[in-house]
Design a protein around this ligand. Structure first.
Ligand code: PLP
Length: 482
């Protein structure tokens, strides 16, 4: 497809602007003025409509096809969330409106939602208080690490190390490092749990805490999770829970009850707000009672007269982590979703997410090698079989072959502890028919990998782009080059 600039024909236009009544005399310094007018593409309205409609038809998203991308929870986002977040009272709220006094009436509803969401997330996670401000999961992690550092500084603890399992999501060690910690990796056992002996060996007074997720990035629930938290506490460390994919346990178990001190959630995964492509997210952070003074400002409070306000006077707070109050629209979407589902609905989310993942695991077991052959939570990890490897078939070939069959590839080569990893997260929103269609494609690909592997190595053949040089594409990005 030609770029819109390449389609330009001099003099062609799509609009006939009438005479303007806007005065043109603005004081722009002479040396700031353009020497010649900007080069804009010149096209008819129809050309423009066709160009962008054609581009939109090439779009692949969860609203068009199945998207089993492990650790990403690419589930359906109910459209009612969008509708509610779009109400003018939310969507048109100016961040500089006063909270109380004149105009305050306009912000009371928004503050009430932030306040109420805090209460809901406390109940869901077993924590004592939340900030809704962080703008993404990784941003929540950094906030949590800064809270951890503030806690130790306050207590006079000299600590420099944060532990993380070797299967950790990459953002975990990155966040700890940005907060100034040295990261020590704890190996996993053969069956995918944290190696408790290795953890005990790594424990010392320098340990500020641990960052981990349960279920792990292998989709496994670590049966020693409580003991791990107790061990960390035994050296006055804090346990940080990465709750990006809480849909595995939501309504069933609470990280606060396992013994975690700090938690972040990805509203844009578990709580069904749209994500992908770098769109806005929200990574609320919850803490236990003794860490409440360190939460970022401002804090939403309810006054005795029933009105809501933002509080800034928290001397131990880590300070500002986001301008104004985070991605408010995302919080509204998640709030609508939680209220719509209620307690039973959220429980059903976890049950279905786990059931769907285990259905995939059970049906693919004869064709792919499970990374850990036991009941999984919300996702399951496979690797290529010996026969596939002998035929030179890699996880990447399987991923590319799925594109031709109308499916988004699963996550491949993560977690890095599994060679040729294929990590599938079906989510709770997919029907059995969709899962079956995906499984049929996966099984057909597995059979091709044994009988006609060359066919897989040229896939995809039906997509607009086949196999780009991913390194070159990242280094010299040209998003208009289709
Ligand atoms: C997605 C994810 C993150 C990071 O969340 P972002 O919003 O992309 O920053 C962190 N941990 C886990 C386990 C995740 O799946």
């Amino acid at each position: 497809m030609k770029l819109i600039f390449e389609k330009s024909v001099r003099g062609r236009t799509g609009v006939l602007p009438g005479p303007t009544d806007v005065p043109t005399s603005i004081n722009i310094r002479e040396d700031r003025l353009r020497e010649r007018s900007a080069e804009m593409p010149e096209l008819s309205e129809l050309d423009v409509i066709r160009h962008f409609t054609e581009l939109s038809r090439r779009n692949f998203g969860v609203d068009t096809n199945f998207y089993p991308l492990g650790s990403c929870t690419m589930k359906y986002n109910p459209k009612v969330n969008e509708r509610i977040a779009g109400y003018p009272g939310f969507a048109h709220l100016h961040p500089l409106l006063p909270q109380l006094r004149r105009g305050g009436m306009l912000t009371q509803g928004a503050l009430a939602i932030l306040y109420d969401m805090d209460l809901l997330l406390r109940e869901i996670t077993g924590m004592a208080g939340f900030t809704m401000q962080p703008l993404a999961g990784a941003h929540g992690e950094l906030t949590g690490m800064m809270i951890m550092a503030a806690y130790h500084r306050d207590k006079g603890n000299k600590k420099s190390i944060v532990l993380a399992p070797d299967s950790a999501h990459g953002t975990n060690p990155a966040s700890a490092a940005i907060a100034g910690y040295r990261v020590v990796s704890i190996p996993s056992t053969e069956c995918g749990d944290m190696d408790l002996d290795a953890l005990k060996r790594a424990l010392n007074d320098e340990v500020a805490g641990i960052m981990l997720t349960c279920p792990s990035t292998l989709g496994l629930f670590d049966p020693n999770i409580k003991e791990i938290c107790d061990l960390i506490h035994s050296v006055d460390g804090l346990a940080y829970y990465d709750g990006a994919n809480l849909n595995a346990i939501v309504g069933k178990a609470r990280p606060g009850d396992f013994g975690f001190d700090i938690v972040h959630l990805n509203l844009h995964k578990t709580f069904s707000t749209p994500h992908g492509g770098g769109g806005p997210g929200a990574g609320p952070v919850g803490v236990q009672e003794e860490l409440l003074p360190y939460l970022p400002i401002s804090i939403v409070v309810k006054r005795n007269d029933g009105t809501f306000a933002l509080e800034y006077d928290h001397p131990k707070s880590i300070g500002y982590i986001a301008p104004f109050y985070g991605n408010f629209g995302i919080v509204v979407r998640a709030y609508a979703y939680i209220l719509m589902l209620g307690k039973e609905g959220l429980r059903h989310v976890a049950e279905t997410a786990v059931l769907n993942a285990n259905y995939i695991r059970a049906r693919l077991r004869p064709y792919y090698q499970p990374a850990a052959d036991r009941v999984c939570m919300h996702e399951c990890v496979f690797t290529t079989t010996e026969k596939m490897a002998a035929n030179g078939v890699h996880a990447l070939d399987i991923a590319k072959a799925l594109i031709d069959r109308g499916f988004h590839p699963p996550t491949v080569y993560f977690p890095i502890t599994v060679k040729e990893a294929i990590m599938i997260e079906p989510t709770e929103t997919e029907s059995k028919e969709t899962l079956d269609a995906f499984l049929d494609a996966m099984i057909e690909i597995a059979q091709l990998a044994e009988t006609d592997p060359e066919k897989l190595k040229v896939a995809p053949t039906k997509a607009p782009v086949s196999r780009p040089d991913e390194v070159a594409a990242a280094k010299s990005l040209n998003i208009a080059c289709l």
